[in-house]
Unconditional design. Structure first.
Length: 215
């Protein structure tokens, strides 16, 4: 009885705006939130991040878009993770731990924005409520023997441009997206360097150019 009286008193003290936000949060679907996130938040992210997150958002809308944000708790999110791990038409082998962590990172950021900027402070971010996924050990693969020569021959047969990209990747250790987004203004032939801004880990870095890379 005391608890009920306390809750009633709290509701009486609410402003109309606070009451409206409560109602909105109870009916705000994941699809609605993702659409607003796409409009409000995504344009400020790097192009590579935008492309990756648009794919994730499309998948979330298609599979869980009708879920209401306030109903996605730790238990529901754990079931969503199980769904992503299972093989499906979109992902025949299921999603790996790294891909699922990208899904969870987007969801977590979405809840943070909804709480801090969209007037829904009572929403509970479900991501910290589930167990952390164990990532596989990083790959440590190097070309050995005549593998580089055979790789470049195969690339030349497919597309000479592809062979140039692979040679450049071998010389610079740059990622695929970094090479494909490279522009002439980032290349300094005088100092034999390439300037990469806002890389995958969010930091800028300078890449030294070998003679073969410059060629």
């Amino acid at each position: 009885m005391a608890w009920a009286l306390k809750k009633e008193a709290e509701l009486d003290r609410q402003t109309p705006e606070e009451a409206y936000q409560r109602v909105e949060a109870r009916h705000f679907r994941l699809a609605d939130a993702l659409l607003r996130y796409e409009i409000d938040v995504l344009p400020d992210k790097k192009p590579t991040t935008q492309r990756r997150e648009l794919v994730i958002m499309a998948d979330l809308k298609a599979t869980f878009g009708e879920l209401v944000l306030s109903e996605i708790n730790g238990q529901r999110l754990a079931l969503m993770v199980k769904h992503w791990e299972r093989p499906s038409d979109a992902h025949p082998k299921g999603l790996g731990a790294h891909s699922i962590r990208l899904y969870l990172a987007l969801i977590s950021h979405l809840y943070m924005i909804a709480r801090s900027e969209w007037g829904m402070p009572e929403l509970v971010n479900p991501v910290p409520l589930i167990r952390k996924l164990k990532l596989p050990r990083g790959r440590d693969r190097r070309l050995i023997g005549d593998e580089e020569e055979r790789l470049l021959v195969a690339c030349e047969k497919t597309n000479p441009e592809l062979a140039d990209i692979v040679r450049f990747a071998i010389e610079t250790a740059m990622r695929q997206a970094e090479i494909m987004d490279l522009t002439w203004d980032r290349i300094d032939f005088r100092n034999h360097t390439i300037f990469l801004q806002d890389t995958k880990n969010g930091e800028s870095r300078m890449v030294p150019l070998s003679i073969a890379a410059e060629d």
